[in-house]
Write a protein that binds this ligand. Sequence first.
Ligand SMILES: Cc1ncc(COP(=O)(O)O)c(C=O)c1O
Length: 415
Amino acid sequence: MSKLAIKGGVQCVPKKYQNFKHPKITKDFFKRLQDEKFQNEICSFDSPVVSDFQEEAKKLFNLKHVLPTNSGTSALFEMFYALGLEPGDEVIVPSYTFFATGTPLFVLKCIPVLVDATDNGNIDPKDIERKITTKTKAIVITHMWGIPCDMDEIIKISKKYKVPILEDASHAHGATYKGRVIGTFGVCSAWSLGAKKLITGGQGGMLGTNNKEIYQKAVLFGHANNKRIKEITIKNLLPYSVSGTGLNLRIHPFSAGVITEQMKEYPKQMRERQEVADYLISEIEKIPGSGLPRIPKGSNPSWYGFPIFFDTDFFKGVDKETFVSALNAEGATSFDVPHTTSPLTEYPVFNERGVFFERIKEIKKYYQKGDFKQTELFNKRVFKLTLWYGDNRMNYAKYHILALQKVIKNIGELR
Ligand SMILES: Cc1ncc(COP(=O)(O)O)c(C=O)c1O
């Protein structure tokens, strides 16, 4: 008789630890929704709900300026615009990231120059240096799954070639590197606060910077309204302050309210996730056939995802998808294969001269699957867990480890 649930055996995770809810929208927030003052506030252009978001984010992430946006993609778009990139400029982009880290560059007619990953999936500083040319105007980095990039090396390169760093901090809310908060290393950072991100409004994002000019240009790019107009003080930007450039990338105040609630709880959540991560690391190190990516010295990940390596040699004859399906069938539903984040070379916009971007004559090189060895290897081996917080966090963790041990012990049933 089969032991594994996928083959008809008994599930090892009790039902109550199979469905972790995130985000948790508090009763206080529902009470606030019924409050008349709040209902008036969410309809106003000058919504104090959005200002609360800004103040909370500045405190939490140690930023001078925060601009809430309707998505992380919008924040990336306005970050590139506000830096002053021009058509034909080259921008270094990791080959392993979510595609929106690079795709807004096409709209600005700039050229994403892809760079390979290092052993932990983050951008490889050595490959950044190989790809820098006189046309390189920025280096975009993503702290994948919340693990900080190798910042000492990246800062050295940025200083040597006088090319600014831009951060995609979408996965790394609250992560630190040598005591400094992720999102404060670049001249500007873009954050997704949408979907299942650590802090999420369903849809939402923000731009963060300590640079007044970048902030004001971003405001003009997609945030013209009565309140924002007051923030434009730079003389040559003033004439644009009524219309902006014509886009509307503002956050919905409802989503801003949901996000602000979560920010207040976030430091506690981070501590709880770290406790879970410490336990998982100690257990996974003992389990044959699985491994963990390198965490740079002195860094504290945010654990948006907890990446685990699947040893393809050890599991010969079983593919990663089947293995993760077997874990899910045990009720260990927090394991998954990150399908929406693949090497950028797999997307037509990066790998062929598609109809959308024919106008970018400067793009001489399109990429092909297999161009980036380390990115491919990381993507082939990685599966991940989303981590739990709250009172039952350690029970979720223990049952997910039990499921991992059970599937590995009975791996023969999957061959
Ligand atoms: C690393 C990264 N950057 C950018 C984005 C885009 O954010 P959004 O979906 O909020 O536009 C995502 C979304 O998953 C992401 O993971």
